[in-house]
Design a binder for this molecule. Sequence first.
Ligand code: BF8
Ligand code: SF4
Length: 622
Amino acid sequence: DKIMEKSIDPAVHQMLDRAEQLGLETVWDRYEKMLPECGFGELGVCCRNCNMGPCRISPFEDDGPQRGICGATADIIVARNLIRMIAGGAAAHSDHGRDLAHTLLLTAEGKSGGYEIKDEAKLAALAAEYGIATDQRSKEAIAEDLAKAVYAEFGKQEGPLQFTRRAPQKRVAQWQKMGIDPRGIDREIVEIMHRTHIGVDNDPVNLILQGLKASIADGWGGSMVATEISDVLFGTPMPVKSEANLGVLKEDHVNIIAHGHEPVLSEMILAAAGDPSLVANAKAAGAKGINVVGMCCTGNEIVMRHGIPLAGNFMQQELAIITGAVDAMIVDVQCIMPALGDLCECFHTRFISTSPKAKFPGAVHMQFSEESALAIAKEIVGSAVENYAHRVPEKVFIPADKTACMVGFSTEAILKALGGSLDPLLDAIKSGAVRGIAGVVGCNNPKIKHDEGHVGLVRHLIENNVLVVTTGCNAIACAKVGLMLPEAADDAGDGLKGVCKALGIPPVLHMGSCVDISRILSVCAAVANALGVDICDLPVAGAAPEWMSEKAVSIGAYVVSSGIFTVLGTVPPVLGSPVVTEVLTQAANDVVGAAFAVETDPVKAAGLMIDNIDKKRQALGI
Ligand code: BF8
Ligand code: SF4
């Protein structure tokens, strides 16, 4: 019936049924009410960049305006809108990275409230990359210099951004030639806002180039800073077992969901949940303990470092509340639906916002600060424990579904699994046992049957011997269906199956949260450098089967800018401009050696990726 069409996930079916019984509205209902979505918006041809408008361009040449009031054409408007999406996404990732740099600095100065430097080897490696002396120096002194250096990347006026130099020389040279080697992370984002103001940049190609530049500053800048500094502070992920789906909530425990993105918060929530006096309080209230679980990318951060279970991906956040078993939904920034407030009012769930940057209707705001991190985290967890008494047993319904997974494949973990060098992987690629590598990432979107885009695409890839690396909500989708278990190698083609069995790894490797797509870039750079080629020569491809966020637009742009062919599973709002569409799907090949394709059918999308991988193999003569 209708519910079955909304998701492939049985936990979602049960919760949607429950929502219907209780008369509660979810993202799927609101999506249906929105239909048909605005055709001008879908094409990207509406503009509100000044108050002579709003303007919109008619898709029919002989009927309706072909120019905005200022004279802007559809090509100009679409390009401006697209790169403003990139600015939004790059800003979100990079501001997350900035928070990590800030936390590292406070920690180095002894001013943070509970953080430590957990990975000294990584600290030393990053210091070396930045030319910071490490000999005979305390980790705090090294960390202070490193924190100041990465912090400075955001406000730089002139490049290069240090991590961009991980890319092969050929790639950097091409970026320089095209004028898209980023100068400073904030600078490129600001320049997008400047250029898209009325009456500034009115050349669609020139606009798109600036979009690519800002996106590179995200992938090889802000996001990479977020990943690397998170590893220094919280430890570099190594393979660990856990579980995924709503069944990880426990009827007899205080349930806390950490939802959002920044490990700066979630790491402290975890630490606080282990506090003996809070655990004792939970027990005194009749619970067996405190159960912290993760949602969205914060979930990815804590599952890969601590094995903390994943409650679900983006489309499941409301469903988690509807279980009636969540005592606190703790959020920071990004991908948190403002719908949660009203929904929490129908249950006992306390919706707790923590970031000064992100407040929500219906939320209690308990402001987090790095300086007194653990103390505040204890207050927040304490509030969840206290709320357990308000749980209404008749309202509790937790689906049983949960699936085991093995996560935590950082670049370092992959190298370790390979025995210390990339050679076994390179050999497997050369022999054809592994046909290529695909990065499959991104969100959920009600335009696509929940998780079907993700799982359908990934299954087809591994069946065809393509090793999949994943992050974000795709990773969670894969975990829920068991693709992240070493046993899933049985679902792979014979070549990939053999390699996975020999190494004891799943055919789908969890590399983390969305900022951790920077890990995929680092691996690609290392492989390209090992082979003495550019990233665009590698048998690799990318996909975002169910993407929806501005962050995903920035990701797509930097992945393509890095030389990786990328398939989008939902249509981006650019089809109103023939020029922009042509640049993204064709001309980009001449500029950065890769382009986008749009394919909503997951099996066909996998086919496009495999074709691209085969072409690259042929060109490499393997
Ligand atoms: O950064 S994949 S829905 S949770 S934006 Fe959001 Fe998309 Fe999920 Fe993480 Ni990424
Ligand atoms: Fe209209 Fe031009 Fe103003 Fe946009 S910038 S709203 S197209 S007049």
